[in-house]
Design a protein around this ligand. Structure first.
Ligand code: IPM
Ligand code: MG
Length: 383
């Protein structure tokens, strides 16, 4: 089968990490008999430099024509002083909105190999955690009306959610929970915000369609605290755009590094006509930013981008076996002790904790990618 992937490397370490993800995708394609055709597109700061705008219309059109989109990162200090509508981040928001990928899945699990890189004490982490943040991605404060008063003395942003927007992201959360530990927590600020009260009203109705799933509610301030107090209590968290942005960064640091976290942004599941290729449009990106200070220095951790490629195969192309092969290869690479700097153990004492574990070897972006390819090949040879 042939698939087309819009490749948006973006700025900073974006190209460093998407290059590695492409190598891994191609290797998987070779061993499982798929062809991935990449359409490289400009977005973010590099698009501003080349065209004067962060998200050229041609990028949006070409992305829509592909089966899925893989994005690196956008932004950098040289574009920071531009007015809001011309900043590189507009490209991300514009793509999310144009593709209508409203459900942003951000898994955060503590891999046993990275336990020493987790900043929480052992007794807090306990048996570890495996949670999924489902962040609403195309509404709320990010897309509400905003502006300044005429005299320039005040500014405002608006949090507005329709019942339809809330319902569809909740359903995405319930679909995910059904394949996991069947717990869903709605996170909001319903003690203060009217929009949050609407979230709860809608959730109370939607929850009835999923009787096997346990629904709970938490205020976002409490959730932020619970995440570092007892992260193991969470399965699926569904929340608004802004709260999801903040909580997913918090959760990422618990996994050892933001350099590990992949994400998938999905729209409505598309029914597949008989005999047709099964693809669902999705936008896949590591959740780390563009890290301009380490761009091009062979220091970035490519694993979040590689794991985003695995999510792409799973959610957009329905290639579960292939996705698992990538995830297993990443796990084997960590088992063998390879670490980029960001996921190295904290301090010498920590490095000796895991008895029987392979000694850590600090590697750069390219070698990490190469090691994952080797692990993939070794995994394929075994099956
Ligand atoms: C993220 C990022 C973006 C966001 C920024 C870069 C606009 O922080 O994907 O989490 O806030 O959504
Ligand atoms: Mg963020």
């Amino acid at each position: 089968m042939t698939y087309s992937i819009a490749l948006v490397p973006g700025d900073g370490i974006g190209p460093d990490v998407t290059n590695q993800a492409v190598e891994v995708l191609d290797a998987v394609g070779d061993s499982y008999g798929h062809v991935f055709n990449y359409v490289e597109l400009l977005a973010g700061g590099c698009a501003i430099d080349a065209t004067g705008e962060p998200l050229p219309a041609s990028t949006v059109e070409a992305a829509k024509d592909c089966d899925a989109v893989l994005l690196g990162a956008v932004g950098g200090p040289q574009w920071e002083n531009l007015p809001g509508h011309l900043r590189p981040e507009r490209a991300l928001l514009g793509l999310r909105s144009a593709l209508d990928v409203y459900a942003n899945l951000r898994p955060a699990a503590l891999l046993p190999q990275l336990k020493a890189a987790c900043p929480l004490k052992d007794e807090v982490v306990g048996a570890g955690f495996d949670l999924l943040i489902v962040r609403e991605l195309t509404g709320g404060l990010y897309f509400g009306e905003r502006g300044r008063s005429e005299d320039g003395e005040s500014a405002f942003d608006t949090e507005r959610y329709s019942k339809r927007e809330i319902e569809r992201v909740l359903r995405a959360g319930y679909r995910a929970a059904a394949t996991r530990r069947k717990k869903l927590c709605v996170v909001d600020k319903a003690n203060v915000l009217e929009s949050s009260r609407l979230w709860r009203e809608v959730a109370a109705v939607v929850a009835k369609d999923y009787p096997d799933i346990e629904t709970s509610y938490l205020y976002v301030d409490n959730c932020a605290m619970q995440l570092i107090r007892a992260p193991g209590q969470f399965d699926v968290i569904v929340t608004s755009n802004l709260f999801g942005d903040i909580l997913s960064d918090e959760a990422s640091v618990l996994t050892g590094s933001i350099g590990m976290l992949a994400s998938a942004s999905l729209g409505d599941p598309s029914p597949v006509p008989a005999g047709a290729k099964a693809t669902t449009m999705g936008l896949y990106e590591p959740i780390h930013g563009s890290a301009p200070d380490i761009a091009g220095k062979d220091l970035a951790n490519p694993l979040a981008a590689i794991l985003s490629a695995a999510m792409l195969l799973r959610h957009s192309f329905g290639l579960e076996k292939e996705a698992r092969a990538i995830e297993a290869a990443v796990s084997a690479t960590l088992d063998a002790g390879f670490r980029t700097k960001d996921i190295a153990s904290r301090g010498a004492a920590a490095a000796t904790v895991a008895a029987g574990a392979a000694e850590e070897k600090i590697v750069g972006t390219l070698e990490m990618g190469k090691r994952v390819l080797e692990a993939l090949a070794a995994g394929a040879a075994k099956t």
